[in-house]
Design a protein. Structure first.
Length: 504
């Protein structure tokens, strides 16, 4: 156990410093940004929250404050000048969290967050090494002394390692514990040995039990090894990544820390995702008033069909999909089975998203051949996504793996029953009384579940409405998840990894 001083803030509000490479509403490439931004907001009533992000080119800082003087950060044997900019997450909530942006134009004033034209920046190791060290030095420069530094994904994986090595005897951080959240173990931040040298860690830390990963440095592995507590974004995913087929080469490392791991499901903002108040859907509705609610949902369906040029047919079973177009999401299975399903004449499908060029091409070609029953909109479009959630009868999410997934929860919130694989967060959120679950991860299993769903929709409308209402009333708010994070923070403050890898 840590000394009593380390636990002094447990009964009061924790001072939590969130560190991430992206967060809404400031910068986003995917679900990581949604999760971090939502966590910051929903944690704020329970903790003193500060969020640290890189100041990318896309972040407009003209109205931000500069809370302190520039400071120096060691990197590759040199001292780099860094500034902080400060704002708050916008909104009407009380105690909206402070947000601090690490400003280093040479490394972050670029078109993309991690890549340009699909190619990763070759100096990403340098960029996020500097961000990690600058977050620690920046907090010190403004006197922000956290109880918890909560790190998200590989881009912040060096922070727990810094705390337990170069900063382990620093009095400013002697009461600070590190929590590492794995959002997707497939993305690890693996770089040549030179990146380890540039980060300035003691040479003895480069060994198999710590940083070393097949002769290279692995940022995510470092975060897992050195963190006081670890979380994943769903309970099932916490178990899956300890298996060789899902651990992406880190399963052994994760197994060694299994006593420190908690699977905590992401929530959704139930005020933001609400068909009763959503300004973007055609007709707002409340399914608790079954007669009026389901009639309004059908009206959304008709208006979406009309707006997209589909046959305006209430008898057509409408499938929706809002997704990154990627094999991980099972989009190739969807593309494989759609011609057969569409040939039956009483089924329609709308897919919204962008991603793999080959999958985009396949979907565009299919849409060109079936314009009245299939549309593929290759873009990211939030208002249209909401219209698809509201209008569809079923929502497709046959992912090969899914650490958490938010789209299935949103679809259920709108009374649209999901068709999912039994993996990760999908297994934790979708049950047979609220959706349809593939028996195995194959295109044939996907066809079977779609046909079973369509049959139930046509033959048993009363049972269908009961399932849809049950799905819509499921509590996917952040409330329970925040309480689990607070407990994880308490555990982190009571279990600290020493520089020698033991606990105290």
């Amino acid at each position: 156990m840590k000394p009593a001083s380390k636990l002094a803030n447990v009964q009061n509000k924790f001072k939590v410093m969130l560190t991430a490479s992206e967060a809404v509403p400031f910068c986003k490439t995917g679900g990581l940004a949604d999760a971090v931004g939502a966590l910051a907001l929903h944690l704020a009533p329970w903790a003193e929250v500060a969020l640290f992000l890189p100041k990318y080119k896309s972040v407009d800082a003209k109205n931000f404050l500069s809370p302190g003087a520039p400071f120096s950060v060691p990197l590759a044997g040199q001292m780099e000048k860094v500034r902080l900019f400060k704002t708050k997450i916008p909104g009407q909530r009380k105690n909206n969290p402070a947000v601090y942006f690490v400003d280093h134009p040479e490394l972050f004033e670029r078109e993309g967050l991690y890549a340009v034209e699909g190619r990763d920046y070759p100096d990403n190791s340098r960029r996020f090494t500097l961000f990690s060290r600058a977050a620690l030095e920046g907090a010190r420069s403004i006197g922000l002394r956290p109880d918890i530094i909560h790190c998200h994904d590989w881009q912040t994986g060096l922070i727990p390692a810094y705390l337990k090595t170069l900063y382990h005897s620093d009095p400013f951080y002697d009461s600070t514990a590190a929590v590492m959240t794995i959002h997707n173990v497939a993305y690890q931040g693996v770089f040549p040995y030179q990146a380890f040298e540039e980060a300035g860690f003691p040479g003895e830390e480069f060994r198999m039990e710590k940083f070393e990963f097949h002769g290279k440095i692995n940022f995510l592995k470092a975060g897992i090894v050195y963190a006081d507590s670890i979380s994943t974004v769903s309970p099932t995913y916490a178990k899956e990544i300890q298996r060789s087929d899902q651990g992406a080469g880190l399963e052994g490392v994760i197994q060694n820390r299994q006593d420190a791991i908690a699977g905590i499901l992401n929530g959704i903002d139930i005020k933001l995702w609400n068909p009763v108040t959503d300004p973007h859907i055609f007709v707002r509705y409340d399914l608790s008033d079954a007669q009026r609610g389901f009639k309004a949902k059908m009206r959304n369906k008709a208006l979406l069909q009309e707006s997209l040029g589909l046959n305006t047919d209430p008898r057509a079973f409408l499938l929706g999909m809002v997704s990154r177009l990627d094999h991980q999401k099972g989009v190739d299975w969807v593309a494989q089975v759609l011609p057969h399903l569409l040939d039956q004449g009483d089924l329609q499908c709308v897919i919204l998203g962008a991603g793999d060029p080959e999958l985009q091409k396949i979907l565009r070609e299919l849409a060109g051949r079936r314009p009245k029953c299939f549309r593929a909109i290759i873009e990211f479009n939030d208002p249209l996504a909401r219209q698809i959630y509201a209008a569809s009868d079923c929502f497709l999410m046959p992912s090969r793996f899914e650490p958490c997934g938010l789209a299935q929860m949103i679809a259920m919130r709108y009374g649209t029953l999901p068709i999912v694989s039994k993996t990760g967060g999908l297994a934790d959120t979708v049950t047979p009384d609220k959706g349809f679950i593939l028996e195995e991860q194959t295109a044939a299993a996907l066809v079977k579940e779609i046909e079973e769903a369509a049959k139930l929709w046509r033959k048993e409308p009363g049972q269908w409405q009961e399932m849809a209402l049950r799905a819509a009333q499921t509590d996917f708010s952040w409330t329970a998840s925040i309480q689990r994070y607070l407990e994880l923070y308490r555990r982190a403050l009571g279990r600290t990894v020493r520089p020698d890898g033991l606990t105290k």
